[in-house]
Write a protein that binds this ligand. Sequence first.
Ligand SMILES: NC(=O)c1ccc[n+]([C@@H]2O[C@H](COP(=O)([O-])OP(=O)(O)OC[C@H]3O[C@@H](n4cnc5c(N)ncnc54)[C@H](O)[C@@H]3O)[C@@H](O)[C@H]2O)c1
Length: 320
Amino acid sequence: MNILLVGLGGMGACHYNNYQHIEDAAVVACVGKGERDQDAAKAWGIPLYETVAQACQSENIDLVDVCTPTHLHKPLVLDAIAQGKHVICEKPIALKLADAQEMYAAAEEKGVQLYVAQVLQFTREVETLREVVADARYGKPLDGCFERLTACPKWSAGGWLFDKEKSGLLPFDLHIHDLDVIVSMFGKPDDVLFTECAGPGKAYSEQYRFLYVWHSGMNVCAEAAWFNAAIPFTARWRVYFERGMLVCDHNGVTGYADDGTVTQFDVSEPVTVDCGINLGRSGWFLRELTHLLACAKKGEPSPLVPKQRILDVLEIIERI
Ligand SMILES: NC(=O)c1ccc[n+]([C@@H]2O[C@H](COP(=O)([O-])OP(=O)(O)OC[C@H]3O[C@@H](n4cnc5c(N)ncnc54)[C@H](O)[C@@H]3O)[C@@H](O)[C@H]2O)c1
């Protein structure tokens, strides 16, 4: 698969590094705007174009991978689709449900696939949760609790991340990771409540606590924050079932059954790649991109990032 990489910042470099480990994947060209993009293209020895159309018309491209700031996803994805290319788009697909619907409609009309890179779906941890929910070894899920907390990413100050029109702030940028998992496991919630807080002078909310409620009786609370406190990055969850609990934290994924059995699930990654972002070495993106390229090669949608769920999640977040 010949790939055109669009946006060569943190995620563009992460995807580039991972493509180097995928047999049959070659990043053959890139599109970028700034000095950082020029430096990366030079370091990687690939041609840099100003637009997706120019790149697609000059190179033999199978798939376009969009890793730009979020507000640019829609025009760039539409450009790629107009060129008849399959597309991988970083999360969140867009900041408005109507935009995402337009993007999927354009892909359907052109007969190409549009994949959203919700990376947690490809992790061993979430795979384990999916299996435990599906095989009901602990019974039905009753309650869940998800956290994704980080010190405020101050290095992005002045950048697009803190501009609501460009990133959508915490709900779209950070919480969407967990909400995508929550909806994939338990379906679309029937009700959503939330609280938010911000310190004095802050132009955005620093912390959100969400409560998702289903008529079935299932409840999930979730928290997302860019705290003005130098805490280590914290991402963890627990799901309580009728006869046990599954916990994902710094110890990996552990199952606690009602009969006293403790199961340490194997979530180790056979191959890890330096992602170049604050995640360090990880197998997450390798699994994600390997899967999405395999789907694209067959011209099929991905069962792990289906259109309807992507739209459901965006609809919920747009209401927040
Ligand atoms: N999956 C994840 O875990 C994860 C993590 C971080 C960011 N993201 C997502 O990835 C996307 C990019 O985030 P980032 O942190 O890499 O941003 P970044 O600011 O580090 O990089 C963005 C790059 O896009 C380039 N760019 C800007 N305008 C462009 C244009 N018109 N055409 C081509 N390139 C252009 C910039 O020059 C820059 O190199 C965002 O949507 C973000 O939400 C996902």
